[in-house]
Design a protein around this ligand. Structure first.
Ligand SMILES: N[C@@H](CCC(=O)N[C@@H](CS)C(=O)NCC(=O)O)C(=O)O
Length: 211
């Protein structure tokens, strides 16, 4: 498998964790997001969505991190990223989507660039936008973690897709100096995850393309 990735891409980070948790080897293909390589024809020919990550499996290109993780789960069921029980699976997906649908889409580079360059907002206003949506989403995530189901990890005693989504979002929040004090449950889960080699090895600073 070949993973199109960038060290700072949090969506790629999700998939790097999932691959590591499942013990699946992959060949990284680095696409420099900050230099706009994802917008160049070479990468657009690989992934017409022009986003990271993408995973090439036996000649087929998969895009969208959640779909990629769902594919990995179906093709390589153990160790599982989703619990066996249907209601618990739904909870894990719900937590995952708070990050993937409620926070990340509002804060990825093309959105921030549009807010700044096209709508003419200052860097301070862009940073305020960023922190606002992180706080809004993490507040929801924290409230869900306060409900039954949470264990050492987001759901029970083993890491799931929800942890694969939460951890990269916390890395991003730290990079943008968001206040994380209001989310003790999320931070406790984050700390537990970061003790696992699969998460540790996947983090931005440990990637060969890290700057
Ligand atoms: N929903 C997509 C999001 C993909 C995405 O937005 N990736 C970011 C990097 S984390 C990206 O490629 N951004 C390019 C840009 O904003 O121009 C997924 O989960 O894979």
């Amino acid at each position: 498998m070949r993973l199109y990735t960038y060290f700072r891409s949090s969506a790629a980070f999700r998939v790097r964790i999932a691959l590591n948790l499942k013990g699946l080897a992959y060949e990284p293909a680095f696409v420099h997001l900050a230099r706009g390589e994802h917008l160049q024809p070479a990468y657009q020919a690989v992934n017409p969505q022009g986003l990271l990550p993408a995973l090439e499996v036996e000649g087929t290109l998969l895009a969208q991190s959640i779909a990629i993780m769902e594919y990995l789960e179906e093709a390589h069921p153990r160790p599982a990223l989703l619990p066996d029980e249907a209601l618990e699976r739904a909870r894990v997906r719900s937590l995952s989507l708070i990050v993937a649908c409620e926070i990340h889409p509002l804060n990825n580079p093309r959105v921030l660039k549009y807010v700044k360059n096209t709508l003419g907002h200052s860097q301070e206003e862009v940073d305020a936008w960023y922190r606002h949506w992180v706080a809004d989403g993490l507040r929801k995530f924290e409230a869900e973690l306060a409900r039954p189901g949470t264990g050492r990890y987001c759901q029970g005693g083993a890491p799931t897709m929800a942890d694969c989504c939460l951890v990269p979002q916390i890395f991003n929040a730290k990079r943008f100096q968001c206040d994380l004090a209001p989310y003790p449950l999320a931070m406790r889960v984050f700390d537990a995850c970061m003790q696992l080699d699969a998460f540790e090895r996947a983090q931005p600073g440990k990637q060969p393309d890290a700057e």
